[in-house]
Design a protein around this ligand. Structure first.
Ligand SMILES: Cc1cc2nc3c(=O)[nH]c(=O)nc-3n(C[C@H](O)[C@H](O)[C@H](O)COP(=O)(O)OP(=O)(O)OC[C@H]3O[C@@H](n4cnc5c(N)ncnc54)[C@H](O)[C@@H]3O)c2cc1C
Ligand code: SF4
Length: 567
């Protein structure tokens, strides 16, 4: 629904722009992998990051995977990563099917370990700032470096060809390669015409809380040792009709809890994201882990692309290549969420493609070679599995989807669930079946609810968790407000065009006057009209209103806006 600033800047023929062989925009895992790999080939590389510190703008669940089949893994690029930048190895993986207080739990450790060398929980501020130090050191040796608090606001063009970037804080920079590793709300991808923010069904919204818990308590409550960690996932009827689920991951001395939902289901059901998170936090099943003392360190949110629908098959234009979330490379298939690992592979493959093209004397050919490497190395087939295109997406069509849902919930479907019994756990552990799950309410809501009702047992505990209010959550965040420079502008403030932002913005709510979006009544000449108003001060830069409202959406200027300490 929204646009980024779409005016590119035409290069001034008389100007002497600073030039680098490569400019990498964004210092998340994709940008870090790209920059370090470019530096390893001796490519002069400048990394530009808008946050005060790498990671200060970033949010993940987050489990980072090292896949056996991946062309690159983060620890192979950055020696010492697991010891210095990660939280805990995740050694157990469960999903809980929930119906009211009845729960049936499945052990999904086999699925989690399929094609997995290792998987660690991470917090993004710690992880990305550690990566950034390594990147700065390596790129400096190759004649570049990493600069924070620089917001790249657009593309520099010459005769219609992308030749560099423009920034809020620096003069335009020319480069033979521009790596847009600028995440899910990539302004560069949109300015290049490679991505849009049109359809809510192409995105998930992730909302997260990091909760304090000292490491001994983590070990005790989750029955694990120091070098162990657990992932718990949740689906069923605890999130109303929202298609998606909840997660709980153990960190060193905290927990990451959150929800990831298809954005279209939040919009259709008019659900409030923070309430869905609270439904998870206060469910009696979680009482055994959260106890009575609940202290939330940080509340955060971000959009997540659905690679099945948006991963670009040709993620480049001219000298520009897109990697990671900017190219839609976030794999969310049923209980598996893998974005950071693919961003790492893509970043390193883009760098490799540039180094090889440069060695052949044609650096401008890096884009097509990068796309070929994504295919040849098997990355594309994970992001866009053929079985989903053939079967999964068909299963999303009506009336088929509705009929399947009705059958699962019918006496016949329930009989089938009882008959299969514990064998359903084996089916849930199949990577092949997982990769073709349709995005309907059946796998997220109906089936888990029926499983819990037919096979589950009631949870005994009672929750004493009192989550903070939205006001308290916003109050606990740090902001460097850019007074007079709102980074989002509502273009059409009618309820029809932008009303969905009032409930789906994770820091707004219908009955809360203090968030970003509000509904207001305007009275003119005896006529009453409801409109939407926006205050960008409490914005957590998630990107939701870029999709669900009619806005012009850009990131704040370098160093401005929200600053996450956990991520
Ligand atoms: C709630 C939630 C749970 C998730 N769980 C998982 C999980 O368990 N496992 C997993 O692998 N993935 C998970 N993901 C997805 C994962 O976070 C992303 O796939 C991953 O971060 C993508 O990496 P990236 O490098 O492409 O982009 P990002 O990590 O988003 O990094 C982009 C960087 O670019 C910077 N930037 C953006 N625009 C500009 C600009 N114009 N100028 C300068 N800098 C800019 C940003 O500040 C940021 O540092 C989750 C996401 C969410 C929201
Ligand atoms: S104003 Fe928009 S970008 Fe900011 S938090 Fe709300 S929905 Fe997200």
């Amino acid at each position: 629904m929204s646009s980024a600033n779409t005016d590119t800047t035409e290069a001034d023929p008389g100007a002497e722009y600073e030039h680098y062989e490569a400019v990498v925009v964004g210092a998340g895992p994709g940008g870090a992998a790209a920059a370090a790999t470019l530096a390893s080939y001796g490519v002069e590389t400048l990394v530009l990051e808008r946050g005060v510190d790498a990671g200060s703008k970033n949010v993940s669940g987050g489990l980072i995977y090292a896949e056996e089949s991946a062309p690159y893994t983060i620890d192979r690029i950055f020696d010492g990563f697991r010891e210095e930048a990660a939280e805990r190895p995740i050694t157990k993986y469960y999903i809980h099917n929930v119906a009211g207080t009845k729960v049936e739990s499945f052990d999904l450790t086999d699925l989690h370990e399929s094609d997995t060398e290792w998987s660690d929980s991470v917090l993004r501020r710690k992880m990305d700032s550690w990566l950034a130090e390594q990147v700065h050191e390596r790129t400096s040796e190759a004649g570049g470096g990493l600069l924070t608090e620089v917001h790249v606001n657009g593309l520099l063009e010459e005769d219609g060809e992308i030749v560099g970037v423009t920034c809020d804080e620096l003069d335009p920079i020319r480069a033979d390669l521009i790596v847009a590793a600028d995440g899910v709300n990539s302004e560069l991808a949109r300015q290049a015409g490679l991505m849009d923010w049109e359809r809510p069904e192409e995105w998930f919204q992730g909302v997260k809380a990091v909760v304090d818990m000292d490491s001994e308590e983590v070990n005790e409550r989750f029955d694990i040792a120091d070098e162990e960690g657990v992932a718990h996932l949740f689906s069923g009827d605890l999130f109303d009709e929202a298609r998606g689920g909840g997660f709980l991951y153990t960190n060193e001395d905290s927990l990451s809890l959150g929800t990831v939902f298809h954005l279209d289901s939040i919009v259709e059901e008019e659900l409030e994201s923070h309430q869905l998170l609270d439904a998870l936090l206060t469910h009696p099943l979680l009482a055994q882990w959260l106890g009575d003392e609940y202290h939330e360190r940080e509340y955060s949110a971000k959009l997540v692309p659905d690679s099945k629908k948006v991963a670009l098959r040709e993620p480049y234009r001219d000298n520009l290549v897109l990697v990671g979330d900017a190219a839609g490379q976030m794999q969310a298939q049923g209980p598996i969420i893998k974005g950071m690992n693919h961003a790492v592979s893509a970043g390193a493959l883009a760098a490799e493609a540039f180094a090889e093209s440069r060695a052949r004397g044609s650096p401008g050919k890096a884009g097509p070679l990068y796309a070929k490497k994504l295919r040849d190395e098997g990355v594309m087939k994970k992001l866009r599995p053929k079985q989903y295109d053939l079967l999964g997406s068909l299963g999303e069509r009506e009336p088929f989807a509705g009929v399947v849902d009705d059958v699962v919930d019918s006496p016949l479907g329930r009989f089938g669930v009882r008959l299969l019994g514990s064998r359903i756990e084996t089916l849930y552990n199949s990577p092949f079946l997982t990769s073709m799950i349709p995005d309907t309410r059946t796998p997220y809501v109906t089936l888990p609810t029926v499983i819990a009702e037919e096979l589950g047992t009631p949870v005994r505990g009672e929750s004493h968790v009192e989550p903070p209010s939205l006001e308290e959550r916003i109050g606990n965040l740090s902001y460097n407000t850019d007074i007079g420079n709102p980074h989002i502008v509502v273009e059409d403030n009618s309820i029809e065009a932008s009303g969905a932002a009032v409930y789906s913005c994770p820091v707004s709510a219908r009955d809360f006057g203090g968030g970003c979006y509000r509904e207001e009544t305007i009275r003119t000449n005896g006529h009453e009209e409801k409109v939407v108003s926006l205050d960008t001060q409490p914005c957590v830069e998630c990107g939701t209103c870029a999709v669900v409202a009619d806005t012009t959406w850009v990131h704040p200027r370098g160093g401005k806006g929200v600053e996450f300490t956990q991520g």
